[in-house]
Ligand binder design. Structure first.
Ligand code: 5GP
Ligand code: MN
Ligand code: MN
Length: 326
């Protein structure tokens, strides 16, 4: 049960001196926050650790303490060092770890801390609670279980992970428990207004230019239950946008009255297509994503498709259509 998982996770952390903490490729708010909270827990235990991801810490998240210490593997020179003890946070499966898995020593032991329903328990030790809104919520449980006193550094990261994975406490995963935990973080005195302003309100100019292009191409299925947008590879350079600027774009498709599934297609450098899907709940987009080798949650999921863009769009929209017809 869950208490036993918390015990085993704590034993895992107490059982070695040095750890590698990793989250998923192109880390989001919960991924970075969870990485930082895991690091904070290890510091309470007097342990050494390195934090690393494939992909940079998004600029809007760099206000968090210790975020500058998170290494972006793809940008640093190749590291020859390997690690025996790994903590993977917010990764639904091993593949989500990306390039960083190349630094795992042979026979390395991995602690898998996650909230995705599609998590396949790939760790030697698994701490998984699929009704948690964010991985930071599980790390909060671990902190309480271990009896550590929260400070503003940890509270800020926990709050940020909750805020981002609940879309600003609006998605259906915003449980009473989320609000209880968030309330405790507010009581510690974190700058919640500036965090919300930075993460929910602020837009960069490239972000707005990208949105302008995406909206100009908004398309609907005949019955208007599916809406989709796309970003061609050259759009990024032409608007000056970076990967972070795609965050939230897919919601413009889902938020249209009557739309059940919103999709964003993003052409990548290799000509393939990254798909982001959002559902009102009528269709299970995790199941659709899974049928294309991806995964996620019922209402938010993703996968990669082979290019060209137009063929990928037709293929995926057809699959969504079929799922909605069932
Ligand atoms: P997003 O659309 O924001 O990239 O991802 C939405 C959700 O789907 C996230 O919870 C993420 O973990 C999951 N997801 C997105 N892309 C993939 C993918 O390629 N593979 C898997 N397994 N999950 C994905
Ligand atoms: Mn995530
Ligand atoms: Mn998450």
């Amino acid at each position: 049960d869950y208490t036993r998982q918390l015990d085993q996770a704590l034993q895992f952390l107490q059982g070695a001196d040095r750890f590698l903490i990793v989250s998923h490729v192109q880390p989001d708010g919960d991924a970075i926050s969870s990485t930082l909270v895991a690091g904070w827990i290890l510091r309470q235990l007097g342990k050494q650790y390195v934090m690393m991801n494939e992909g940079a810490v998004p600029v809007r998240l760099d206000f968090m303490e210790q975020s500058a210490a998170v290494i972006n593997l793809s940008k640093e020179q190749p590291l020859s060092e390997t690690y025996n003890r790994i903590i993977a946070v917010d990764c639904a499966d091993f593949r989500r770890i990306g390039l960083v898995s190349g630094l795992f020593a042979e026979g390395a032991m991995l602690l898998n801390i996650d909230h995705h329903p599609t998590n396949d328990a790939f760790g030697a030790v698994n701490l998984i609670r699929t009704d948690a809104a964010a991985t930071v919520e599980i790390l909060y449980d671990l902190i309480i279980h271990a009896g550590f006193a929260l400070d503003s550094e940890a509270a800020t990261a926990i709050y940020t992970g909750l805020l981002t994975d609940t879309g600003g406490f609006r998605y259906s995963n915003t449980s009473p428990y989320v609000m209880q935990v968030a309330s405790q973080m507010l009581a510690i005195g974190i700058p919640s207004h500036s965090i919300a302003d930075r993460l929910l309100e602020r837009m960069t100019k490239p972000q707005l230019l990208l949105l302008q292009r995406a909206l100009s191409r908004l398309m609907f299925s005949d019955d208007s239950q599916i809406a989709w947008l796309y970003i061609a590879y050259e759009d990024m350079a032409e608007t000056g946008a970076i990967g972070d600027d795609l965050e939230g774009l897919v919601n413009y498709a889902l938020n249209v009255e009557g739309v059940e599934v919103g999709v964003l297609f993003k052409e990548t450098a290799d000509g393939n297509v990254k798909v982001s899907m959002r559902s009102s709940g009528k269709a299970d987009v995790a199941a659709i994503a899974k049928s294309f080798g991806g995964g996620g949650h019922i209402r938010a999921a993703g996968c990669q498709l082979e290019g060209p863009l137009s063929a990928a769009m037709t293929k995926l929209v057809n699959a969504v259509s079929e799922a909605l017809a069932q």
